[in-house]
Design a protein around this ligand. Structure first.
Ligand code: HEM
Length: 440
């Protein structure tokens, strides 16, 4: 029987000091747990100082136990690969799950009961069931539909433009389309997904403010209704696919077996939440982030326009620079050591991907956007090892399809400077990005 991570995961104790003390005597320049820190983009300067002074740096959290922040590429690589010592299951993959009074029972449960929070050997059993929908040949077939959708979205933008919000008109739409195709979601239901994503992104902020009575009750009602609707829809679709399987990812999840038994309902909710969230938000922010980079580095944009064969490498380089997932967490299963710092069993270790991807020992002049960078593909924005992002081919393909057409059709496209980044310490979430499409 598949164990529920939501009922077995380690709970955080109140603020504490690290068991074995600090090997590196350094106070982090920013509070990495504060989600407002990220509304100006990731704190790359702070990452660099931490990497130089304390690559394994103790960070505190207001009401939780504190954690070790890793900022060196090699250390993060080593932790990703040593899944016996650094567990995804023991405490989940988030820094913390919020104080009990801010937790939404169903969201909280589903955030744990899915494959990203499972360790070997059950993790691989569940991952294997998803794999046929992420192979190179499946993705190549999907590309045709994605290309057509890109054309449609750009037609709509051309009719509306030239100045518009790229997030609403493109970055949010394309990943939802692609995911709906893989999952097998009927076209009529797709707008609901857009709405649910909007509320999901506001969850951390809304639940925290509601707990202290600062949230508009009417908004909270809408929020709770939408979250419930999202889970009800997932359950009804998955149950329908159990009764009548088709050739889509929802059927694969619905009929997955672990140790010979079907997934419990809790894992159906969790798998639904994971795939909807992981497949959307990350790609959306990579598209918007790539557009910002092309505006900040106009010489690189020209280079790409002149030589379209650079597109695949541009995608790796853009994802390296954007690193849309800020961190993943692991929990030590035994006393251990990273780069001279002793870590005690049960302590939390967070891997800051944006820091690893700008580590100058791996990427020369790391803050320079270079569409021809020879080792751009070595970035670890998708993680590594057994949990490495299942959707990386899908994400790369969408970025390539998007920018092949955007640059061919709107070579003068540029960001006007107006943008918003939502408060989140987990995902670099660009919620608004004004672009001027220029002359066509
Ligand atoms: C640029 C876009 C994306 C980025 C940066 C990204 C990043 C990540 C990262 C960092 C992980 C965790 C790796 C680890 O713990 O070592 C992950 C896992 C995962 N991603 Fe992505 N992701 C992206 C797009 C997607 C897409 C498009 C999908 C699905 C269509 C997807 C589905 C998943 C799933 C299912 C997992 C869990 C895998 C497992 O636990 O075995 N991701 N992703």
């Amino acid at each position: 029987m598949l164990e529920l991570v939501s009922t077995t995961a380690q709970e955080d104790s109140p603020p504490q000091e690290p068991s074995f003390g600090r090997h590196y005597d350094f106070v982090p320049p920013v509070q990495l747990s504060d989600y407002m820190v990220y509304t100006n983009g990731q704190p790359y300067e702070a990452y660099a100082r931490m990497r130089e002074n304390a690559p394994v740096c103790w960070c505190t959290e207001d009401e939780f136990s504190g954690f070790w922040a890793l900022t060196r590429y090699e250390d993060i690589r080593a932790v990703e690969l040593d899944t016996a010592t650094f567990s995804s299951q023991r405490g989940g993959i988030n820094m913390n799950y919020g104080p009990p009074e801010t937790r939404h029972p169903l969201l909280n449960r589903a955030a744990f009961d899915n494959m990203i929070c499972l360790d070997a050997p059950v993790h691989l059993q569940l991952r294997r069931e998803h794999m046929p929908f992420f192979t190179a040949s499946y993705v190549a077939d999907l590309r045709k539909k994605v290309d057509a959708q890109v054309t449609k979205l750009l037609d709509d933008m051309a009719a509306k433009g030239p100045v518009l919000d790229l997030v609403e008109n493109f970055s949010a739409e394309l990943p939802l389309f692609t995911l709906s195709e893989i999952l097998g979601i009927p076209e009529a239901d797709r707008p609901k997904l857009v709405r649910w994503m909007h509320y999901l992104e506001l969850a951390q902020d809304a639940l925290t403010r509601d707990a202290v009575g600062e949230m508009d009750p009417a908004f909270m009602f809408e929020f709770l209704t939408n979250v419930q609707e999202m889970f009800d829809y997932g359950q009804s679709m998955l149950q329908a696919r159990r009764a009548e399987p088709r050739n889509d990812l929802l059927s694969a999840i619905a009929n997955a077996e672990v140790d010979g038994a079907p997934l419990p309902d809790e894992f159906l909710d969790g798998s639904w939440l994971l795939i909807v969230f992981a497949g959307n938000d990350t790609t959306r922010n990579s598209i918007s982030g790539s557009m910002r980079l092309l505006s900040q580095f106009p010489d690189q944009k020209q280079r790409l326009i002149q030589d379209a064969s650079l597109l695949p490498n541009f995608v790796h380089e853009a994802i390296r620079m954007v690193s849309p997932v800020i961190y993943m967490r692991r929990t030590a299963t035994c006393d251990t050591e990273i780069s001279g710092q002793r870590i005690a069993e049960g302590e939390k270790v967070l891997m800051y991907y944006g820091a690893a991807n700008r580590d100058p020992s791996v990427f020369e002049t790391p803050d320079q956007f270079d569409v021809a960078r020879p080792n751009a593909k070595e970035h670890i924005a998708f993680g590594l090892g057994p949990h490495v992002c299942l959707g990386q081919r899908i994400a790369n393909m969408q970025l390539e399809a998007a920018f092949a057409q955007i640059l061919a059709r709107f070579p003068e496209v540029v960001c006007n400077g107006d943008f918003k980044i939502a408060p989140s310490n987990f995902v670099h979430a660009i919620s608004y990005l004004e672009v001027d499409l220029g002359k066509r």
